[in-house]
Ligand binder design. Structure first.
Ligand SMILES: O=C(O)C1=N[C@H](C(=O)O)C[C@H](O)C1
Length: 290
């Protein structure tokens, strides 16, 4: 499977009673695909899967799967956990999705060899290709460029969502081998990651101005550096505004203010974003059209 372009990790909208607003979710899914997204991620961190029950997670996945099927778009679903054996059982049972986004085991810190063994075990048993979510500032597990490349070379591994918290020599080393399979996952540095050769991104802030993020990825791919630099700087400011408070609170506030979702509600331990943060993101979003 070849990953290319912008994938939107959908928020989970809630209605006034706190239930999932499935119609709003479906409209949102169509809308980001209309704007050129290559696919959707269901149950990414942005979808608040930790506070959804099993029925709710199933409902979200079903809506996204239906839309992706209708639109011929790629669906990646968040799955797996710290327990290798249980994760393998879950991945083996997946149906109706194109790939699974699986986070490096968090908190356990099994070391690089343990992470390799974990993903070898999962890839051999999964019903769908895996996209590894590397986010060391949340998992506590560092991975060097050599390990990430080794993971990318494994059969059954389609890519890495690379969210290392910035760009350093290890990023440059990883992308020097070509960015096939490397999707940026830190919104504010997506433009430089694409410039270095990343094949796309999984970006919560691409809920807003989806077509501009798609244009950014296209511009870097086609070598239009002048347009890409200018657009990249503006989108980085928008992303910073979206992440001024815990994701996805600001994004939900903006989508609600724009009438896309019925409420800006998030579930505890998240708290709704301050209106000043939402107003700042709305301002930067409007300025993109100037
Ligand atoms: O849900 C995701 O996938 C993403 N999660 C990250 C986070 O919550 O920190 C942000 C990224 O844009 C996509």
């Amino acid at each position: 499977m070849e990953l290319q372009g912008i994938y939107v990790p959908l928020i989970t909208p809630f209605d006034e009673d706190g239930a999932i607003a499935t119609e709003a979710l479906e409209r949102l899914a169509h809308s980001v695909l209309d704007q050129g997204a290559a696919g959707l991620v269901a149950l990414g961190t942005t979808g608040e899967p930790a506070t959804l029950d099993e029925d709710e997670r199933r409902a979200v996945t079903e809506v996204c799967a239906r839309v992706c099927r209708e639109r011929g778009a790629t669906l990646i679903v968040g799955a797996g956990g710290n327990d290798t054996r249980r994760s393998a059982e879950q991945l083996a049972a997946l149906t109706g999705v194109d790939a699974a986004l699986v986070t490096v085991p968090a908190f356990t810190r099994p070391g690089e060899a343990g992470v390799l063994a974990h993903f070898e075990y999962l890839a051999e048993r999964s019903a769908v290709p895996l996209v590894i979510y590397h986010i060391p500032y949340r998992t506590g597990q560092a991975l060097g460029a050599a390990t990430l490349r080794r993971l990318l070379s494994l059969p059954g591994i389609a890519g890495v969502k690379y969210a290392a918290g910035g760009i350093d020599e290890s990023t440059v080393e990883l992308l020097a081998g070509g960015g096939g399979g490397v999707l940026g996952g830190d919104d504010t540095v997506i433009s430089p990651l694409l410039a270095l050769g990343a094949c796309g991104g999984i970006l919560a802030s691409a809920h807003l101005a989806t077509e501009r993020f798609v244009e950014l990825a296209d511009a870097w791919r086609k070598g239009d550096a002048v347009r890409a630099r200018e657009l990249g700087a503006r989108l980085a400011a928008l992303s910073a505004a979206c992440f001024a408070e815990p994701n996805p609170t600001v994004t939900k506030g903006v989508l609600h203010a724009r009438g896309v979702i019925p409420t800006p509600a998030v579930r505890l331990p998240l708290l709704p974003a301050d209106e000043v943060s939402v107003a700042r993101a709305l301002e930067l979003l409007a300025a993109l059209d100037d």
